[in-house]
Design a binder for this molecule. Structure first.
Ligand code: TRP
Length: 362
C-alpha cells in the first residue's frame, strides 16, 4: 500500500482523501468520512448522551461514511473493574444499535479490537510536547481530583490516543461536545505537524461541535449539564425502570411564573423540559410552545413523560434482545472491527513509511 502516500492529496482539504479511500474500497465515493466515539463508563446511557450525541450520530450516518466506536482503551485511563468494563462495552454497543446506528450503514466497533489505535498513538506521542499535553484542561481537572501521583500516564496521553482514533480514519468531521474542543484542536495540530515534518499523510479534521441539543440539563440543577456524576435525581438513565424516570420528570425543578415558554435565561428548568420534549417528539420549539398556551407546568411534565416513555420502551426492548444474544452482538462488533482495521492499517502503513520505519516482510 506504499502507493497511498503519493495518492494522498493535500491534507488541508480532507474530502479528497476520504473520497480516494471510499472509492478504493468500492464504497460510496460521495460521502465524506466522519467518526465519533464514546467511553463505556456506565451500564446505561442517559438522556443527555442520547439526545446530545447518539441521536445526531443516527442522522449523520445517512450523509457521511460514519465510524462509531466504543473507546474502551480510554476507559482504563482511570482505575476500573475488568468485569464491569466488559459488561459496559457490550451494553454501550447494544445501546448504539438500539438507538438506530445501523451496522449496514456505519462501521461500529470496539477500539481495543483495532490495534492500530495504539500504534498510531505512539507515533503521535513522539510528536506531542510534554508541556502541550500538560495544558489539556480535562487532564488538569482529573489530575487535580486524583492528585498527580495517582493520575496515570495513560490519563496524560489520553488526548493523543484520541487524536490517533480520529486520524486513522481520515475523518473530515468529528461530532463531539463542547468539552472535547481542546482535544480536537490538539488533533488538528498534530496532523498539521506530522504533515509538515514528514509529508502529507494525515487528514486534518474539522470539529463539529454539537450545540442546541447537546445542552440537555440536569432536571434538578438546570444550570448544569445532565451527567451521571451529579448523583441521579436529575439524570434520566435510558435503561432504568421507566417508573423511576417518570418520577424524576414529575419532580423536575421548574421556575417562577406559570407560562410554558422557552427562555433559558429566565426559565432554565422549563426551557430544558421543552428542549427535551421538542427533541424527542421532533416538534420545533415554536410549534411546541403554541400547544402550551393556557396550559401549565404540570401539562408540560405530563407531555414530556409521555414522549420519554414512547421512546424508551421500544429502546429497552431492543437493548435487552441484543444483550440476551451476545454471540450475535459480538459478531456485529467483529465485522465492524474488520472493516475498521482495513482502513486503519492502510493509514498506519502510510504513516510508518513517512516516519522512516523499515517495511517488515509481509
Ligand atoms: N474523549 C471522548 C469523550 O470522552 C471519547 C472519544 C475517544 C472520542 N476518542 C474519540 C470522541 C474520538 C470523538 C473522537 O467523550
Amino acid at each position: 500500500m506504499a502507493h497511498m502516500a503519493s495518492t494522498a492529496p493535500s491534507p488541508v482539504s480532507p474530502e479528497p482523501t476520504a473520497t480516494v479511500h471510499a472509492g478504493a474500497d468500492g464504497g460510496s465515493a460521495s460521502r465524506p468520512r466522519m467518526l465519533s466515539g464514546m467511553q463505556p463508563t456506565a451500564d446505561s446511557l442517559h438522556l443527555g448522551n442520547y439526545l446530545g450525541a447518539l441521536a445526531n450520530w443516527v442522522h449523520l450516518q445517512d450523509t457521511f461514511e460514519a465510524y462509531y466506536f466504543i473507546a474502551d482503551q480510554h476507559a482504563i485511563t482511570v482505575r476500573h473493574d475488568p468485569a464491569l468494563l466488559r459488561r459496559r462495552t457490550r451494553a454501550t454497543a447494544a445501546q448504539f444499535l438500539a438507538a438506530g446506528i445501523d451496522p449496514n450503514k456505519s462501521v461500529v466497533f470496539v477500539q481495543s479490537h483495532v490495534p492500530e489505535h495504539s500504534q498510531l498513538s505512539w507515533a503521535l506521542q513522539c510528536l506531542t510536547g510534554y508541556g502541550e499535553a500538560g495544558r489539556m484542561t480535562q487532564f488538569k481537572d482529573k489530575a487535580a481530583r486524583e492528585g498527580t501521583e495517582k493520575a496515570s500516564v495513560g490519563l496524560f496521553t489520553y488526548p493523543v490516543l484520541q487524536a490517533a482514533d480520529i486520524l486513522l480514519y481520515d475523518a473530515a468531521k468529528v461530532p463531539v461536545g463542547e468539552d472535547q474542543r481542546q482535544h480536537l484542536e490538539l488533533t488538528r495540530n498534530l496532523a498539521q505537524r506530522f504533515n509538515k515534518r514528514f509529508g502529507p499523510g494525515l487528514v486534518v479534521p474539522e470539529p463539529h461541535i454539537l450545540k442546541a441539543t447537546g445542552k440537555i440539563l440536569d432536571l434538578q440543577q438546570p444550570d448544569k449539564q445532565m451527567s451521571k456524576s451529579r448523583g441521579g435525581a436529575g439524570c434520566l438513565f435510558l435503561l432504568d425502570d421507566p417508573k423511576i424516570s417518570l418520577k424524576k420528570i414529575r419532580s423536575a425543578v421548574t421556575d417562577t411564573g406559570r407560562e410554558v415558554i422557552h427562555d433559558p435565561e429566565r426559565k432554565p428548568g422549563v426551557s430544558n423540559l421543552l428542549t427535551i420534549l421538542s427533541t424527542l417528539s421532533g416538534t420545533g420549539l415554536e410549534d411546541l410552545q403554541a400547544t402550551f398556551v393556557g396550559a401549565g407546568y404540570g401539562d408540560l411534565k405530563k407531555e414530556t413523560a409521555r414522549a420519554f416513555t414512547d421512546f424508551v420502551e421500544p429502546f429497552q426492548t431492543s437493548v435487552h434482545e441484543l444483550l440476551c444474544d451476545t454471540g450475535t452482538l459480538d459478531d456485529v462488533l467483529a465485522e465492524g472491527a474488520a472493516a475498521a482495521r482495513k482502513q486503519a492499517a492502510a493509514r498506519l502503513e502510510v504513516v510508518y513509511e513517512l516516519l522512516g520505519f523499515l517495511p517488515g516482510r509481509p
